[in-house]
Write a protein that binds this ligand. Structure first.
Ligand SMILES: Nc1ncnc2c1ncn2[C@@H]1O[C@H](COP(=O)(O)OP(=O)(O)OP(=O)(O)O)[C@@H](O)[C@H]1O
Length: 319
């Protein structure tokens, strides 16, 4: 695992702060190990939980929320286990990924129902506050069925926030949103984090996490692959060795010229062109046009062969 020093405290806490701790947490379903020996500590501010599909993010969030028992290890909120702990339901909110919302309810009715479930002393006032927080006042009396995906998601966030939890967990909150809705949700998460709440959201999209959070936990195949400052982790991802497919007007001459280049660690000449291994993405993509120009060769194609998110993440695991 790659560990980068993390500064997870962001914003100015307005109330008591909460810390969510995972200590050697694993969860398996039969033979499938969904989460494997994960330890982390989350404090106030916004943290991104990044990982490809199937990495174990949902399983981890459900254990944090106390919906699922760890097979091994412990999840605790301010020192108390989250599993089967009613106190956790009062202090934590979860917006899960695929959760049906009754489309015949208005947002007001939906959030009010959540306030009543929590047995809040003044559910109407709590619902009003939560709806204001997500800026849905103007649409609160319309049926949720008429909402855009982004508005529906905000209604769900309001329902999860109605009891003013210190910790809010969101599973893929940006899924299916258009850029404007995404921006709106990002602003909301920032606001909540700045107010001292502990916010964790999951995503499989690098850029999404980059825009929302400076601190990230990266999961790959059930394990924590990296944690800490996003920019440092991103650099680790982009500075890893890369494989490129290159096709030019003279592949053989280009191969010879590339072999003399320091950033190139291997060149293979095949029927479809060259397969080039480079130690550094940036250095190679900068130097290739210069070499081609010097040799009088035109590059017709340059395609990174291993750009899938999975390969980026796998690299981190091996680091
Ligand atoms: N109830 C279950 N029974 C059996 N296997 C499960 C169950 N829930 C999850 N898994 C498996 O555990 C692994 C992790 O799944 P999980 O849903 O936690 O990952 P994820 O990172 O949230 O992925 P996604 O974004 O696709 O939901 C996967 O291999 C998945 O198939």
């Amino acid at each position: 695992m790659t560990t980068i020093s993390a500064d997870q405290v962001a914003g100015t806490p307005t109330a008591a702060v909460s810390t969510l701790d995972l200590d050697g947490v694993s969860r398996w379903y039969g033979n499938v190990v969904a989460v494997n020996d994960v330890s982390m500590s989350l404090g106030p501010g916004v943290t991104g939980l990044l990982g490809p599909n199937g990495a174990g993010k949902t399983t981890l969030l459900h254990m944090m929320a106390g919906f699922l028992a760890p097979s091994r290890g412990a999840v605790s909120l301010d020192g108390r286990p989250t599993w089967r702990n009613p106190e956790v339901y009062r202090r934590l909110g979860l917006v899960s990924e695929r959760e049906a919302v009754h489309s015949f309810l208005t947002a007001h009715e939906f959030v009010l129902a959540s306030a009543k479930l929590h047995r809040l002393p003044d559910p109407t006032e709590a619902a009003r506050r939560a709806i204001a927080l997500v800026e849905l006042e103007g649409a609160q009396d319309r049926r949720i069925g008429t909402y855009s995906k982004g508005m529906r998601q905000r209604a769900r966030v309001a329902a999860a926030l109605v009891h003013e939890p210190q910790v809010l967990l969101l599973d893929e909150p940006f899924n299916g949103m258009d850029p404007r809705q995404r921006l709106h949700m990002m602003e909301l998460l920032h606001r909540l984090g700045d107010a001292g709440r502990t916010i964790l959201f999951s995503s499989h999209i690098l850029e999404e996490v980059e825009q929302v959070s400076g601190t990230v936990q990266v999961m790959v195949a059930g394990r924590l692959a990296a944690s800490g400052d996003f920019r440092t982790i991103r650099r680790l991802m982009t500075n890893r060795p890369h494989v490129f497919a290159v096709h030019s007007t003279d592949d053989r001459a280009l191969a010879v010229a590339l072999m003399a280049e320091a950033s190139v660690t291997g060149v293979e000449l095949g029927r479809a062109g060259l397969t080039v291994r480079a130690g550094d993405y940036g250095a190679f993509t900068r130097v290739l046009p210069k070499i081609a120009l010097a040799e009088g060769i035109r590059v017709r194609q340059l395609v990174p062969e291993d750009e899938s998110l999975e390969s980026v993440f796998s690299y981190l695991v091996e680091a």
